[in-house]
Write a protein that binds this ligand. Structure first.
Ligand code: AP5
Length: 211
């Protein structure tokens, strides 16, 4: 049976990095609400126009918009292993996910909690660079592109995300502690804690052994 996994953790904990590895190596499909929202902003869709100011301030986009987005996405998805990356982030979103999965006849297998301290999050996010062409993620120190500032995969110049500025990062961390952390209790025994401060292959080994 296809697996369903939620990645829960602060901004910059490495959820996107690990989702990419699982997509490449274990044929998971990654559903990242952050990536979907950034696409919507780039394409100036009605959702993107509404979401932009929340994202720029490091606030959560309203639940109704996010739930609708995930609902639409799930309609067309094949029966494959799925990682929800950065969703749910509130109790209301978690309740909506429960009903969506039930409707689809799927069960939630595990919630991977990425554990990392706030100072390391700030180091990771302030050094993060992303490729506007293909979405590849780098870090100026931990994982730099091979050729200066240029994506290894598609040779586009890498850039800093608009919300990776220090004051916005601090808001995102605060929002995580106040609005998303309560999900740890909500999911209870389904939560598996992973030490996300390790290097990316060690984190991957731990997650893949759980899955
Ligand atoms: P989103 O894009 O989901 O951002 P996030 O949760 O803040 O997570 P990030 O993408 O910043 O970090 P990550 O954990 O994926 O880390 P990464 O792998 O890149 O959301 C953005 C915004 O959209 C939100 O603020 C909100 O406004 C809105 N939004 C999204 N979903 C929403 C929802 N459900 N409800 C409401 N609003 C929503 O790694 C970070 C850096 O560290 C990289 O440079 C990477 O190379 C490096 N790195 C990764 N792993 C390691 C490692 N093991 N060792 C060293 N470096 C590492």
């Amino acid at each position: 049976m296809a697996k369903t996994v939620v990645f829960l953790g602060p901004p910059g904990a490495g959820k996107g990095t690990q989702s990419s590895l699982l997509t490449e190596r274990m044929s998971f499909i990654q559903l990242s609400t952050g990536d979907m929202l950034r696409d919507a902003v780039r394409n100036q869709t009605p959702l993107g126009i509404k979401a932009k100011s929340y994202m720029d301030q490091g606030k959560l986009v309203p639940d109704e918009l996010i739930i609708e987005l995930i609902e639409e996405k799930l309609e067309s998805l094949p029966d494959r292993n799925i990682i929800f990356d950065g969703f749910p982030r509130t109790i209301k979103q978690a309740e909506a996910l429960d009903s969506l999965l039930e409707r689809k006849g799927r069960a939630l297998d595990a919630v991977i909690l990425f554990k990392i301290d706030d100072e390391e999050v700030i180091r990771r996010l302030s050094g993060r660079r992303v490729c506007p062409g293909c979405g590849a993620v780098y870090h100026v120190v931990y994982n730099p592109p091979k050729v200066d500032e240029t994506c290894d995969r598609c040779a586009t110049k890498v850039a800093q995300r608009d919300d990776d500025k220090e004051e916005v990062i601090r808001n995102r961390i605060e929002v995580y502690h106040s609005q998303t952390w309560p999900l740890v209790d909500y999911y209870g025994h389904k939560v598996v804690v992973v030490d996300a401060s390790l290097d990316k292959e060690s984190v991957y080994n731990k997650i893949s052994s759980v899955l």
